[in-house]
Design a binder for this molecule. Structure first.
Ligand code: ATP
Ligand code: MG
Length: 213
């Protein structure tokens, strides 16, 4: 495929990427929230955007189906980053990865006792690493969404999830008991494309770099 294909997820990443694209002179022809199209043209005949699930962005870029993509650090850590060049932290879609538990649950005491905790999460790799580093024994339970429900329904004692304002936790009577890491989204580039299409890709990467707040 000649030209540039950029993999983006709709929602916050698409919205927060628009100013960066504009800085590179790229304006998508359609709003993915309003259109059902998954391939969106731009003002530039040689640039197109493909709309994929946030967690699928690294996969499209890894295999070269997209040259560039924007993905959260959360997603990149779960993917592992194989085949991806990660030149820029774009400082967008900022939040934090944390452990949360029901307001009445004494998490620190449970950890001190060496209790075996059930942790529900979409982020198995990050959670495994976090608890292993602390020497805490956990049973990890993989979920695909609505993690906040798990402790309320008795599936797990705690969750590992992304938090920004904390209002979803609060609405479900959960509290953040430990911050694991801060999260933002990064530019990812297919390593082979970077060599083969350097003349096309480098100006876009440079424009993004210039536009990062
Ligand atoms: P889906 O909603 O399709 O299951 P998703 O939840 O991974 O996928 P989004 O909710 O759009 O997709 O999140 C995309 C990225 O935005 C995440 O990978 C993360 O890096 C970041 N993000 C997630 N939640 C928040 C938040 N509350 N505030 C800021 N950034 C967030
Ligand atoms: Mg979501």
């Amino acid at each position: 495929m000649s030209g540039i294909t950029i993999a983006l997820s709709k929602g916050r990443i698409f919205e927060e990427t628009l100013p960066l694209l504009a800085a590179a002179g790229i304006v998508p022809a359609e709003d993915p929230e309003k259109s059902r199209k998954l391939i969106i043209g731009t003002n530039r005949a040689d640039v197109r955007v493909v709309i994929v699930r946030a967690s699928d962005v690294p996969t499209y870029v890894q295999y070269g189906a997209a040259d560039l993509g924007i993905a959260g650090k959360d997603v990149l850590l779960e993917h592992g980053g194989a085949g991806l060049y990660q030149p820029l932290d774009l400082n967008i879609a900022k939040c934090r990865m944390c452990v949360a538990a029901p307001a009445g649950f004494d998490y620190a005491a449970a950890v001190r006792r060496g209790a075996r905790l059930r942790i529900a999460t979409k982020y198995i790799a990050v959670a495994r690493e976090h608890f292993a580093a602390k020497g805490v024994h956990v049973d990890l339970i993989k979920l695909y969404g609505s993690m906040e429900l798990a402790p309320l329904a008795g599936l797990a004692e705690a969750i590992v999830d992304l938090v920004s304002s904390g209002s979803t936790l609060k609405a479900n009577n959960l509290v953040e008991v430990e911050e694991i890491m801060s999260i933002s989204s990064r530019l990812v580039v297919n390593q082979a494309a970077l060599k083969m299409k350097r003349g096309l890709l480098q100006p876009v990467i440079a424009a993004f770099e210039g536009a990062i707040r």
